[in-house]
Ligand binder design. Structure first.
Ligand SMILES: CCCCCCCCCCCCCCCC(=O)SCCNC(=O)CCNC(=O)[C@H](O)C(C)(C)COP(=O)(O)OP(=O)(O)OC[C@H]1O[C@@H](n2cnc3c(N)ncnc32)[C@H](O)[C@@H]1OP(=O)(O)O
Length: 179
């Protein structure tokens, strides 16, 4: 298990978005999920995601791929706690119960360990409250990367815009990145 980063926020702290145009957590992404995570105990975060009319796959039920996105965000937020910049290498989801429109998934995500650049994480999403029945489980492997991953691969205009965005710089500082 990795150590919690010495500058990691205290339990109860709301983590901001890592990028304002991120479809999972950003405020500027049209139709995005806008999920936000709160630091939990140890290397864990909690995230609430409410399923709306726009999230349907079958009538009245959440789309599974969209739920996977919510989990990707929650699991990725764990990386803030260890001060790691990382991208999703593998994401596996188990859908245990249908998730109806209007319900809230209470997701708890945690770090399970690291090996080299790989960060192993897992999460469970419960319905009806943080202690409710498990509806979705997920595991993910994040791979630590350098900031050059984004600078070399991202569309230039977006990278440049992000580098001039004070909010993006705040997020980068949280990862101890100097873009
Ligand atoms: C303006 C600038 C500001 C920047 C401020 C940053 C802010 C912070 C942003 C955070 C952003 C998050 C955003 C949300 C989360 C996404 O949605 S991320 C987007 C989706 N994911 C991707 O696009 C990743 C695409 N894949 C890749 O780029 C490359 O395959 C990777 C993942 C970087 C790995 O390539 P690589 O660096 O060449 O790594 P490689 O040496 O092959 O493998 C390293 C290790 O990882 C393992 N591995 C590699 N791929 C996998 C895999 N798919 N499954 C399992 N293991 C794997 C390898 O087996 C190897 O293990 P060991 O041999 O060391 O035991």
């Amino acid at each position: 298990m990795p150590d919690k980063h010495s500058n990691a926020p205290e339990p109860g702290t709301k983590l901001g978005s890592h990028y304002s145009r991120c479809f999972g957590c950003g405020d500027d992404a049209l139709g995005g999920l806008r999920v936000s995570s709160t630091v939990g105990e140890g290397l864990s975060v909690t995230t609430e995601f409410t399923v709306t009319d726009n999230h349907q796959g079958a009538p009245g039920l959440a789309h599974g791929g969209l739920l996977a996105l919510a989990f990707d965000e929650a699991l990725g937020a764990v990386n803030w706690l260890i001060g790691a910049i990382a991208v999703t290498g593998r994401l596996e989801t188990d859908y245990l119960m249908p998730v109806p429109v209007g319900t809230t998934l209470h997701i708890t995500a945690q770090c399970d360990g690291i090996s080299g650049r790989k960060i192993y994480t897992s999460a469970v999403g419960r319905l009806g409250g943080p202690e409710g029945e498990a509806a979705v489980r997920a595991t993910a492997i994040f791979i630590q990367v350098g900031v050059d991953h984004f600078l070399s691969n991202g569309r230039l205009e977006d990278v440049q815009e992000a580098m001039h965005d004070p909010e993006q710089l705040r997020a980068a500082r949280a990862f101890e990145v100097n873009p």
